[in-house]
Write a protein that binds this ligand. Structure first.
Ligand code: CO8
Length: 261
């Protein structure tokens, strides 16, 4: 495959086990055109299979995380081909990654850019970050999870206001409504996300994957079913080498040595 042009990748952190992906289409404020999303999807799938990587950070520039789906690319589309080609359905690849994915958001996270951040597992924001679903202003609606994920995370009233007005929300407010877990001075956002990635990557990758699967069920099913899945995943940890090692290491007052088994 040709080297990606619109996404940059670097292994970072003291053990080089965190993948830093930088969206790199500065002239269009990282508008998510077909090429960018294809490159991002391919890269994520490759990193998900790469045993040397324990966590993934996605970021943009200080000015823009991503200003949305590419409007210029979309403007002449018709219903029939949009529907029959399942336009943008492959964006799901981002939420299908098994490893933890952290969004480090500075600047604009609008439309599909905001939805991309919401597909990640954790969002850290720089203090100048702006979140929003401005699709209503161009005669469409969020199509990559915006109506659903805002509603689940921030509740109906906030979701309705964001989606129906298209108005932007600052980082602090996004934290208050629960979209973002922490806010940092802009320049510290990516380093903080990398630190967080290192912390998670230091755990057993196998157990991390099970834990992520458990939390994700909370957004996909009833409480009863979710609790059942959680219990089964918990039981499953007892079939792993790493669970034994973790508990033994605690009893022996030493650091665990994870085997990813
Ligand atoms: N698409 C294409 N190009 C864009 C986009 C975009 N979303 N956003 C910015 N750009 C381009 C601009 O056209 C401009 O290019 P040029 O220099 O060639 O004119 C360049 O980026 C710089 O932008 P501005 O000059 O506009 O910069 P400003 O600082 O004045 O404004 C804004 C920044 C406020 C971010 C402004 O650019 C803007 O409003 N952008 C559009 C935001 C938007 O509406 N996003 C939602 C798009 S719709 C969407 O995402 C649908 C998601 C559905 C996905 C899933 C479907 C299944």
């Amino acid at each position: 495959a040709a080297a990606p042009e619109m996404v940059k990748f670097e292994a970072v952190g003291a053990s080089k086990n965190v993948a830093l992906i930088t969206l790199n289409r500065p002239k269009a404020l990282n508008a998510l055109c077909n090429q960018l999303m294809t490159e991002l999807r391919d890269l994520l799938q490759r990193l998900d299979a790469d045993k040397s990587i324990g966590a993934i950070v996605i970021t943009g520039s200080e000015r823009a995380f991503a200003a949305g789906a590419d409007i210029k690319e979309m403007k002449d589309r018709e219903f029939s081909s949009t529907y029959s080609s399942r336009f943008l359905e492959d964006w799901c690849a981002v939420s299908d990654v098994n490893k933890p994915v952290i969004a480090a958001v500075n600047g604009f996270a609008l439309g599909g850019g905001c939805e991309l951040a919401l597909m990640c597992d954790i969002i850290y924001a720089g203090d100048k970050a702006q979140f929003g679903q401005p699709e209503i202003n161009i005669g469409t609606i969020p199509g990559a999870g915006g109506t659903q994920r805002w509603a689940r995370v921030a509740g109906k009233s906030v979701a309705m206001e964001v989606c129906l007005t298209g108005e932007r929300m600052g980082a602090q407010e996004a934290k208050e409504v629960g979209i973002v877990s922490k806010v940092f001075p802009a320049a510290e956002c990516v380093p903080a996300a990398i630190k967080l990635g290192e912390k998670i990557a230091a755990q057993s990758p196998l157990i991390v994957q099970m834990c992520k699967e458990g939390v994700n069920r909370a957004f996909e099913t009833t409480l009863r079913e979710g609790l059942h899945v959680e219990r089964r995943l918990f039981h499953a940890t007892f079939a792993t080498v790493d669970r034994k090692e973790g508990m033994r290491a605690f009893a022996e007052k030493r650091k665990p040595q994870w085997k990813a088994e």
